[in-house]
Design a protein around this ligand. Structure first.
Ligand code: UT7
Length: 329
Protein backbone atom coordinates (compact mmCIF):
# COMPACT_ATOMS: atom_id res chain seq x y z
CA UNK A 1 0.00 0.00 0.00
CA UNK A 2 1.44 3.39 -0.95
CA UNK A 3 1.48 5.85 1.86
CA UNK A 4 0.22 9.21 0.66
CA UNK A 5 1.34 12.28 2.57
CA UNK A 6 0.53 15.94 2.04
CA UNK A 7 3.62 17.81 0.98
CA UNK A 8 4.20 21.54 0.90
CA UNK A 9 4.86 22.32 -2.79
CA UNK A 10 4.99 26.11 -2.51
CA UNK A 11 5.02 28.94 0.01
CA UNK A 12 4.46 32.66 -0.30
CA UNK A 13 4.10 35.54 2.12
CA UNK A 14 2.96 39.12 2.34
CA UNK A 15 3.85 41.85 4.79
CA UNK A 16 2.58 45.44 4.58
CA UNK A 17 5.01 48.23 3.68
CA UNK A 18 4.68 50.33 6.85
CA UNK A 19 7.52 49.64 9.29
CA UNK A 20 6.77 50.39 12.96
CA UNK A 21 10.16 50.71 14.64
CA UNK A 22 11.07 50.51 18.31
CA UNK A 23 12.03 54.20 18.05
CA UNK A 24 8.47 55.10 16.98
CA UNK A 25 7.04 53.03 19.85
CA UNK A 26 9.30 54.98 22.24
CA UNK A 27 7.30 58.07 21.19
CA UNK A 28 3.99 56.33 21.94
CA UNK A 29 4.55 54.52 25.28
CA UNK A 30 7.12 54.38 28.07
CA UNK A 31 9.47 51.84 26.49
CA UNK A 32 12.88 51.67 24.90
CA UNK A 33 14.72 49.79 22.20
CA UNK A 34 17.06 48.10 24.68
CA UNK A 35 14.16 46.60 26.69
CA UNK A 36 12.27 45.42 23.62
CA UNK A 37 15.28 43.84 21.91
CA UNK A 38 16.69 42.17 25.03
CA UNK A 39 13.32 40.82 26.27
CA UNK A 40 11.80 39.82 22.92
CA UNK A 41 14.28 40.08 20.02
CA UNK A 42 11.93 42.42 18.12
CA UNK A 43 13.39 45.44 16.30
CA UNK A 44 10.49 46.36 14.04
CA UNK A 45 7.13 45.09 12.82
CA UNK A 46 4.91 45.73 9.80
CA UNK A 47 1.54 47.46 10.11
CA UNK A 48 -1.30 47.32 7.58
CA UNK A 49 -2.54 50.85 6.96
CA UNK A 50 -5.45 51.76 4.73
CA UNK A 51 -9.16 52.18 5.18
CA UNK A 52 -11.15 48.97 4.98
CA UNK A 53 -8.21 46.59 4.71
CA UNK A 54 -8.30 43.51 6.94
CA UNK A 55 -6.51 40.19 7.29
CA UNK A 56 -8.11 38.99 4.05
CA UNK A 57 -6.17 41.62 2.08
CA UNK A 58 -2.86 40.20 3.28
CA UNK A 59 -4.04 36.59 2.94
CA UNK A 60 -5.21 37.23 -0.62
CA UNK A 61 -1.87 38.82 -1.55
CA UNK A 62 -0.03 35.78 -0.18
CA UNK A 63 -2.34 33.39 -2.05
CA UNK A 64 -2.06 35.35 -5.33
CA UNK A 65 1.73 35.08 -5.11
CA UNK A 66 1.50 31.40 -4.23
CA UNK A 67 -0.71 30.61 -7.22
CA UNK A 68 1.60 32.53 -9.56
CA UNK A 69 4.83 30.94 -8.37
CA UNK A 70 3.41 27.39 -8.40
CA UNK A 71 1.74 27.90 -11.81
CA UNK A 72 -1.61 26.99 -10.30
CA UNK A 73 -4.94 28.25 -11.59
CA UNK A 74 -7.57 29.31 -9.03
CA UNK A 75 -9.97 26.66 -10.37
CA UNK A 76 -7.49 23.89 -9.50
CA UNK A 77 -7.80 24.55 -5.76
CA UNK A 78 -10.05 22.08 -3.91
CA UNK A 79 -10.05 23.61 -0.41
CA UNK A 80 -8.75 26.75 1.33
CA UNK A 81 -8.31 27.05 5.08
CA UNK A 82 -7.39 30.31 6.80
CA UNK A 83 -6.02 30.46 10.33
CA UNK A 84 -6.69 33.85 11.88
CA UNK A 85 -7.49 35.51 15.19
CA UNK A 86 -8.29 38.80 13.48
CA UNK A 87 -10.96 37.91 10.91
CA UNK A 88 -12.27 40.79 8.81
CA UNK A 89 -15.77 40.12 10.16
CA UNK A 90 -17.40 37.90 12.75
CA UNK A 91 -18.94 36.39 9.62
CA UNK A 92 -18.48 35.56 6.80
CA UNK A 93 -15.15 33.93 7.46
CA UNK A 94 -11.87 35.29 6.11
CA UNK A 95 -11.24 32.16 3.99
CA UNK A 96 -14.46 32.91 2.03
CA UNK A 97 -13.25 36.48 1.44
CA UNK A 98 -9.77 35.41 0.33
CA UNK A 99 -11.24 32.94 -2.16
CA UNK A 100 -13.41 35.70 -3.61
CA UNK A 101 -10.48 38.12 -3.86
CA UNK A 102 -8.29 35.66 -5.78
CA UNK A 103 -11.04 34.15 -7.94
CA UNK A 104 -11.35 30.76 -6.24
CA UNK A 105 -15.03 29.76 -6.44
CA UNK A 106 -17.40 26.96 -5.50
CA UNK A 107 -15.09 25.12 -3.13
CA UNK A 108 -15.07 24.60 0.63
CA UNK A 109 -13.28 27.28 2.61
CA UNK A 110 -13.30 27.99 6.32
CA UNK A 111 -11.39 29.65 9.16
CA UNK A 112 -9.55 28.04 12.04
CA UNK A 113 -9.22 29.82 15.36
CA UNK A 114 -6.34 28.51 17.41
CA UNK A 115 -4.57 31.83 18.08
CA UNK A 116 -0.80 31.61 17.52
CA UNK A 117 -1.03 27.85 16.86
CA UNK A 118 -3.63 28.43 14.14
CA UNK A 119 -1.35 27.73 11.19
CA UNK A 120 -0.19 24.44 12.69
CA UNK A 121 -3.79 23.43 13.36
CA UNK A 122 -4.87 24.41 9.83
CA UNK A 123 -1.90 22.58 8.30
CA UNK A 124 -2.79 19.44 10.25
CA UNK A 125 -6.42 19.64 9.13
CA UNK A 126 -5.59 20.45 5.50
CA UNK A 127 -3.13 17.58 5.28
CA UNK A 128 -5.84 15.06 6.21
CA UNK A 129 -7.87 15.91 3.08
CA UNK A 130 -4.81 15.29 0.89
CA UNK A 131 -3.76 12.08 2.69
CA UNK A 132 -7.20 10.52 2.26
CA UNK A 133 -7.17 11.35 -1.44
CA UNK A 134 -10.28 13.49 -1.13
CA UNK A 135 -8.56 16.63 -2.42
CA UNK A 136 -5.54 17.20 -4.68
CA UNK A 137 -4.67 20.83 -3.99
CA UNK A 138 -5.30 22.49 -0.64
CA UNK A 139 -4.18 25.98 0.38
CA UNK A 140 -3.47 26.76 4.02
CA UNK A 141 -3.19 30.44 4.96
CA UNK A 142 -2.12 32.12 8.20
CA UNK A 143 -3.16 35.80 8.24
CA UNK A 144 -3.38 38.26 11.10
CA UNK A 145 -3.81 42.00 11.36
CA UNK A 146 -2.79 42.13 15.01
CA UNK A 147 -2.67 45.94 14.89
CA UNK A 148 -6.50 45.82 14.79
CA UNK A 149 -6.64 44.39 18.34
CA UNK A 150 -3.47 45.93 19.80
CA UNK A 151 -3.77 48.65 22.42
CA UNK A 152 -1.12 51.23 21.52
CA UNK A 153 -1.32 52.69 25.04
CA UNK A 154 -0.33 49.37 26.67
CA UNK A 155 3.45 48.96 26.58
CA UNK A 156 3.26 45.33 27.71
CA UNK A 157 1.57 44.23 24.46
CA UNK A 158 1.95 46.92 21.80
CA UNK A 159 5.65 46.26 21.29
CA UNK A 160 5.03 42.59 20.51
CA UNK A 161 2.65 42.33 17.59
CA UNK A 162 2.76 42.92 13.85
CA UNK A 163 0.69 42.23 10.73
CA UNK A 164 1.33 39.71 7.97
CA UNK A 165 0.20 36.62 6.11
CA UNK A 166 1.67 33.48 4.62
CA UNK A 167 0.26 30.63 2.56
CA UNK A 168 1.32 27.15 1.51
CA UNK A 169 0.08 24.78 -1.18
CA UNK A 170 -0.43 21.14 -0.16
CA UNK A 171 -0.36 18.30 -2.70
CA UNK A 172 -0.08 14.52 -2.49
CA UNK A 173 3.33 12.87 -2.25
CA UNK A 174 4.07 9.15 -2.35
CA UNK A 175 7.85 9.37 -2.12
CA UNK A 176 8.35 9.98 1.57
CA UNK A 177 8.17 13.80 1.57
CA UNK A 178 5.61 16.07 3.21
CA UNK A 179 3.93 16.44 6.57
CA UNK A 180 4.99 13.13 8.11
CA UNK A 181 3.54 13.72 11.57
CA UNK A 182 1.85 16.40 13.64
CA UNK A 183 0.62 16.99 17.16
CA UNK A 184 -1.99 19.51 18.22
CA UNK A 185 -2.86 20.25 21.83
CA UNK A 186 -5.01 22.65 23.83
CA UNK A 187 -5.89 23.42 27.42
CA UNK A 188 -8.51 26.01 28.40
CA UNK A 189 -6.52 26.71 31.53
CA UNK A 190 -4.85 29.43 29.45
CA UNK A 191 -7.93 31.62 28.94
CA UNK A 192 -7.29 34.05 31.82
CA UNK A 193 -3.75 34.77 30.67
CA UNK A 194 -4.24 35.56 26.99
CA UNK A 195 -7.52 36.69 25.46
CA UNK A 196 -9.68 39.48 24.04
CA UNK A 197 -12.37 40.21 26.58
CA UNK A 198 -15.14 41.62 24.38
CA UNK A 199 -16.48 41.53 20.86
CA UNK A 200 -17.69 37.94 20.97
CA UNK A 201 -21.01 36.55 22.18
CA UNK A 202 -20.10 36.67 25.87
CA UNK A 203 -19.52 40.39 25.88
CA UNK A 204 -20.82 41.94 22.64
CA UNK A 205 -19.60 45.48 21.92
CA UNK A 206 -21.12 48.21 24.10
CA UNK A 207 -20.00 51.71 25.08
CA UNK A 208 -18.82 50.15 28.32
CA UNK A 209 -16.67 47.45 26.68
CA UNK A 210 -15.05 50.14 24.56
CA UNK A 211 -14.43 52.42 27.54
CA UNK A 212 -12.84 49.52 29.41
CA UNK A 213 -10.58 48.80 26.42
CA UNK A 214 -11.87 45.24 26.27
CA UNK A 215 -11.56 44.94 22.49
CA UNK A 216 -7.80 44.62 22.61
CA UNK A 217 -5.56 41.62 23.16
CA UNK A 218 -4.83 41.13 26.85
CA UNK A 219 -1.80 39.15 27.97
CA UNK A 220 -0.27 38.25 31.31
CA UNK A 221 3.17 37.97 29.73
CA UNK A 222 5.18 36.19 32.42
CA UNK A 223 2.46 33.52 32.94
CA UNK A 224 2.20 32.87 29.20
CA UNK A 225 5.98 32.81 28.96
CA UNK A 226 6.20 29.98 31.52
CA UNK A 227 3.65 27.81 29.71
CA UNK A 228 5.08 28.66 26.27
CA UNK A 229 8.64 27.67 27.16
CA UNK A 230 7.55 24.36 28.64
CA UNK A 231 4.93 23.32 26.11
CA UNK A 232 6.68 24.39 22.92
CA UNK A 233 9.83 22.56 24.02
CA UNK A 234 7.88 19.48 25.22
CA UNK A 235 5.88 19.09 22.04
CA UNK A 236 8.96 19.56 19.84
CA UNK A 237 10.88 16.96 21.84
CA UNK A 238 7.88 14.60 21.68
CA UNK A 239 7.56 14.75 17.89
CA UNK A 240 11.29 14.17 17.51
CA UNK A 241 11.21 11.21 19.87
CA UNK A 242 8.29 9.46 18.27
CA UNK A 243 9.86 9.86 14.83
CA UNK A 244 13.33 8.78 15.95
CA UNK A 245 14.89 12.19 15.23
CA UNK A 246 18.01 13.43 17.01
CA UNK A 247 19.11 17.06 17.08
CA UNK A 248 21.60 16.46 14.26
CA UNK A 249 18.82 15.05 12.02
CA UNK A 250 16.87 18.31 12.12
CA UNK A 251 17.82 20.72 9.33
CA UNK A 252 15.54 23.51 10.60
CA UNK A 253 13.40 24.34 13.61
CA UNK A 254 10.53 26.54 12.41
CA UNK A 255 9.14 28.07 15.59
CA UNK A 256 6.28 30.47 16.22
CA UNK A 257 7.87 33.90 16.65
CA UNK A 258 6.59 35.24 19.99
CA UNK A 259 9.83 35.77 21.87
CA UNK A 260 13.44 35.04 20.98
CA UNK A 261 14.01 33.59 24.46
CA UNK A 262 11.18 31.04 24.04
CA UNK A 263 12.61 30.04 20.66
CA UNK A 264 16.11 29.59 22.10
CA UNK A 265 14.78 27.46 24.97
CA UNK A 266 12.96 25.21 22.49
CA UNK A 267 16.05 24.83 20.30
CA UNK A 268 18.14 24.00 23.38
CA UNK A 269 15.76 21.30 24.51
CA UNK A 270 15.78 19.77 21.00
CA UNK A 271 19.57 19.83 20.77
CA UNK A 272 19.36 22.02 17.68
CA UNK A 273 21.95 24.79 17.17
CA UNK A 274 20.67 28.34 16.85
CA UNK A 275 22.07 28.48 13.28
CA UNK A 276 19.40 25.91 12.36
CA UNK A 277 16.52 27.97 13.72
CA UNK A 278 14.36 30.05 11.40
CA UNK A 279 14.03 33.48 12.93
CA UNK A 280 12.44 36.65 11.60
CA UNK A 281 10.97 38.03 14.84
CA UNK A 282 13.40 40.98 14.64
CA UNK A 283 11.69 42.34 11.51
CA UNK A 284 8.05 41.22 11.82
CA UNK A 285 7.38 40.75 15.57
CA UNK A 286 4.60 38.33 16.51
CA UNK A 287 2.20 38.00 13.57
CA UNK A 288 0.18 35.22 15.30
CA UNK A 289 -0.97 32.70 12.64
CA UNK A 290 1.41 34.11 10.04
CA UNK A 291 4.74 33.55 11.81
CA UNK A 292 5.44 29.99 10.60
CA UNK A 293 4.54 30.44 6.91
CA UNK A 294 6.43 33.78 6.89
CA UNK A 295 9.51 31.94 8.21
CA UNK A 296 9.19 29.27 5.49
CA UNK A 297 8.84 32.05 2.90
CA UNK A 298 11.88 33.96 4.18
CA UNK A 299 14.06 30.84 4.31
CA UNK A 300 12.67 29.08 1.21
CA UNK A 301 15.84 29.64 -0.84
CA UNK A 302 17.94 27.95 1.88
CA UNK A 303 15.79 24.80 2.01
CA UNK A 304 16.76 21.57 0.25
CA UNK A 305 14.69 18.59 -0.81
CA UNK A 306 14.71 16.06 2.01
CA UNK A 307 15.46 18.56 4.80
CA UNK A 308 13.82 17.56 8.09
CA UNK A 309 11.84 20.48 9.54
CA UNK A 310 10.21 20.64 12.95
CA UNK A 311 7.45 23.26 13.14
CA UNK A 312 6.38 24.30 16.65
CA UNK A 313 3.88 26.79 18.02
CA UNK A 314 2.28 27.97 21.25
CA UNK A 315 -0.50 30.49 21.78
CA UNK A 316 -3.76 31.61 23.29
CA UNK A 317 -6.21 28.96 24.49
CA UNK A 318 -3.74 27.68 25.43
CA UNK A 319 -3.07 25.92 22.16
CA UNK A 320 0.18 24.40 21.00
CA UNK A 321 1.55 21.84 18.60
CA UNK A 322 4.33 20.62 16.37
CA UNK A 323 4.78 19.04 12.96
CA UNK A 324 7.51 16.97 11.33
CA UNK A 325 7.88 17.96 7.69
CA UNK A 326 10.25 16.48 5.12
CA UNK A 327 10.77 19.31 2.63
CA UNK A 328 9.67 18.25 -0.85
CA UNK A 329 11.54 20.61 -3.20
O1 UT7 B 1 2.32 34.35 20.87
C1 UT7 B 1 1.44 33.85 21.80
C2 UT7 B 1 2.06 33.50 23.08
N1 UT7 B 1 2.72 34.63 23.70
C3 UT7 B 1 3.93 34.49 24.20
O2 UT7 B 1 4.52 33.44 24.08
C4 UT7 B 1 4.53 35.64 24.95
C5 UT7 B 1 5.06 35.18 26.25
N2 UT7 B 1 5.57 36.24 27.14
C6 UT7 B 1 6.66 36.97 26.81
O3 UT7 B 1 7.23 36.84 25.74
C7 UT7 B 1 7.19 37.92 27.86
O4 UT7 B 1 6.55 37.67 29.08
C8 UT7 B 1 7.03 39.43 27.50
C9 UT7 B 1 7.98 39.78 26.36
C10 UT7 B 1 5.60 39.72 27.11
C11 UT7 B 1 7.42 40.29 28.69
O5 UT7 B 1 8.75 39.99 29.10
P1 UT7 B 1 9.09 39.65 30.63
O6 UT7 B 1 10.54 39.43 30.69
O7 UT7 B 1 8.20 38.53 31.05
O8 UT7 B 1 8.76 41.02 31.35
P2 UT7 B 1 7.69 41.33 32.49
O9 UT7 B 1 6.31 41.31 31.92
O10 UT7 B 1 7.99 40.46 33.68
O11 UT7 B 1 8.09 42.80 32.84
C12 UT7 B 1 9.33 43.16 33.43
C13 UT7 B 1 9.36 44.63 33.67
C14 UT7 B 1 8.11 45.16 34.40
O12 UT7 B 1 8.50 46.22 35.23
P3 UT7 B 1 8.68 46.00 36.81
O13 UT7 B 1 7.35 45.52 37.30
O14 UT7 B 1 9.76 44.96 36.93
O15 UT7 B 1 9.05 47.36 37.29
C15 UT7 B 1 7.24 45.70 33.29
O16 UT7 B 1 6.38 46.69 33.72
O17 UT7 B 1 9.36 45.33 32.42
C16 UT7 B 1 8.28 46.25 32.37
N3 UT7 B 1 7.83 46.34 31.00
C17 UT7 B 1 8.38 47.15 30.08
N4 UT7 B 1 9.38 48.04 30.15
C18 UT7 B 1 9.71 48.72 29.04
C19 UT7 B 1 6.83 45.64 30.42
N5 UT7 B 1 6.72 45.99 29.12
C20 UT7 B 1 7.66 46.94 28.90
C21 UT7 B 1 8.05 47.66 27.77
N6 UT7 B 1 9.06 48.54 27.88
N7 UT7 B 1 7.45 47.51 26.56
Amino acid sequence: MTHVKASITGVHGYVPDYVLTNAELEEMVDTNDEWIVSRTGIKERRILKGEGLGSSHMGAEAVKGLLAKTNTQPQEIDLLICATTTPDYVFPCTANLICDMVGIRQIGSFDIQAACSGFLYALTIGSQFVETGKYKKVIVVGADKMSAITDYTDRTTCVLFGDGAGAVLLEADENGYGILDSLIRSDGIGQPYLHQKAGGSRYPPTHETIEKRWHYAYQDGPQVFKFAVKNMADVSAEIMERNGLKGEDVAWLVPHQANRRIIEATANRMGVGINKVMMNIHKYGNTTAATIPLCLWDYESQLHKGDNLVLAAFGGGFTWGSAYVKWAY
